[in-house]
Design a protein around this ligand. Structure first.
Ligand code: MN
Length: 129
């Protein structure tokens, strides 16, 4: 089972993401960027869901530090952000994120499809062969 790191300071959002992912993935949760960078160095995930709005160190800075770290730089990272604005997708992909998801997550398939694009075959759809 592939491992996904969820970096999100909002406990309700963490719980929602965990409920969506846990049938398919091992989920490791971090409440801050500092905790995530330390934890991922010790226990490397296969993919990262990274909230942009985090206290102390925002998601953009977490990504920059990951991309500068030989151990973490190749990991696929999906930006999670509220307050979506036009042009955001290009902005975040241009900053080095691999995918971009807006909150609130109203349809779990949007999240799972984004992950499937980056981790093929990791979350097979139950009713399809
Ligand atoms: Mn947040």
């Amino acid at each position: 089972m592939k491992k996904i790191a969820v970096v999100e300071d909002n406990p309700d959002n963490r719980l929602l993401v965990q409920v969506i992912l846990e049938p398919f993935f091992e989920v490791v949760e971090y409440e801050s960027g500092f905790a995530a960078l330390a934890g991922m160095a010790a226990e490397k995930p296969d993919l990262v869901l990274l909230d942009i709005s985090l206290p102390e160190m925002d998601g953009g800075e977490v990504l920059r530090r990951m991309r500068a770290d030989p151990q973490l730089q190749a990991l696929p990272v999906i930006a999670l952000t509220a307050h979506a604005m036009s042009g955001d997708r290009e902005k975040y992909l241009g900053a080095g994120f691999n995918e971009y998801i807006t909150k609130p997550i109203l349809d779990e398939e949007v999240l799972l499809d984004a992950i499937r694009r980056l981790l093929p075959d990791a979350a097979p759809k139950g009713n399809q062969s």
